[in-house]
Design a protein around this ligand. Structure first.
Ligand code: ATP
Ligand code: MG
Length: 299
């Protein structure tokens, strides 16, 4: 754990080009344009802030889990992974990937109602233009999974839920349809796999791009990690309240507790996390990985 936001490491053969909230992107020094090195840091974000404290092993857990899922999903959709022969400093938390033209859409599928979907439902009885029946509560299972896209926001800004038609206006009807159908197919398969492990996949966010040469639709970024998805222990699911989850719950709970002294609505950056919150959060990420894959982390 460190108390300074990490700076992207210098890596031989690679030039740093971009940092998101969690990942650092590098391109080859030699000017090759077909690949990108995607490095998952141990940074953690909450409430649209990158926190000043890192979570040990988080980058490695997210990378291992994404790789496992890319493999599970390969009969359904091509993914961006090219190789794991990455510089030693970032081994285990980096992947060499096909460099894609990313669609500016967060492709979200929801099988359960919570979070921003619940907020929208309570105001309008719809989520992203999809009408839903009366009587749903926090954690309700939807009759069928729905596609609820969001526009990608800059660091520090909130993604905005939009309707399918807004996506279609942005990327074209054909691409929008493929994004929706592929997102729902991935969700259905992943929900089924998670269920076999006693885990509910409540919702997930995917990012797609196209290969600029072949034009192929490719699943990029991270996939089905606790950062991009809500995972709930199935045996504790109880609609009508917030569900326990395999993710940043401890971080969010602490940040919004009086103990943190932080006001979410203020302009102030969040404070450093206490060591026990860091340790429990690390364990939660590892537990998610192990529950879902059936593998031992680090083995
Ligand atoms: P933002 O992109 O808004 O900063 P974020 O904070 O979630 O979102 P990270 O996950 O930290 O970002 O960074 C990953 C970035 O890399 C994302 O912008 C994502 O779209 C981009 N990306 C992922 N895979 C590829 C790829 N194969 N080619 C090009 N860009 C990619
Ligand atoms: Mg991301």
């Amino acid at each position: 754990m460190t108390d300074t936001a990490t700076t992207p490491p210098a890596l031989p053969g690679w030039r740093h080009t971009y940092s998101g909230k969690v990942r650092d992107l590098y391109v080859p020094d030699d000017g090759a344009t077909d690949v990108v090195l995607v490095v998952a840091s141990d940074r953690i974000s909450a409430y649209d802030h990158v926190l000043p404290t890192t979570i040990d092993d988080k980058g490695a857990v997210l990378t291992a889990l994404s790789l496992w899922w890319f493999d599970q999903l390969s009969p359904l959709v091509a993914n961006h992974v090219v190789s794991l022969e990455v510089p030693e400093q970032v081994a285990g938390r980096a992947m060499i990937c096909r460099r894609l033209q990313m669609y500016p859409v967060e492709c979200v599928a929801r099988g359960y109602l919570t979070g921003s979907g619940l907020v929208e439902y309570q105001a309008t009885r719809e989520v992203c233009g999809v009408p839903l029946p009366d009587g749903l509560v926090d954690g309700s299972r939807l009759r069928e999974p729905i596609f609820t896209p969001a526009t990608k926001a800059a660091v520090g800004e909130h993604d905005e839920n939009v309707s399918f038609d807004v996506v279609a206006a942005q990327v074209g009807q054909d691409v929008a349809t493929r994004l929706r159908d592929t997102t729902l197919a991935v969700y259905a398969r992943a929900e089924e796999i998670a269920a076999e492990r006693g885990v509910i996949l409540a919702d997930t966010k995917l990012e797609f791009g196209t290969d600029p040469v072949s034009g192929e639709l490719i699943l990029g970024d991270e996939v089905l990690t606790p950062d991009s998805s809500r995972y709930w222990p199935a045996d504790q699911w109880q609609p009508g309240r917030a569900q326990p989850s395999f993710d940043k719950q401890f971080v969010r709970d602490w940040l919004t507790s009086p103990e943190s002294g932080w006001d979410r609505r203020s302009e102030e950056p969040p404070p450093p996390l206490p060591a026990d919150v860091v340790a429990r959060t690390r364990d939660r990420y590892v537990e998610a990985y192990e529950r879902i894959t059936g593998l031992t982390f680090g083995a």
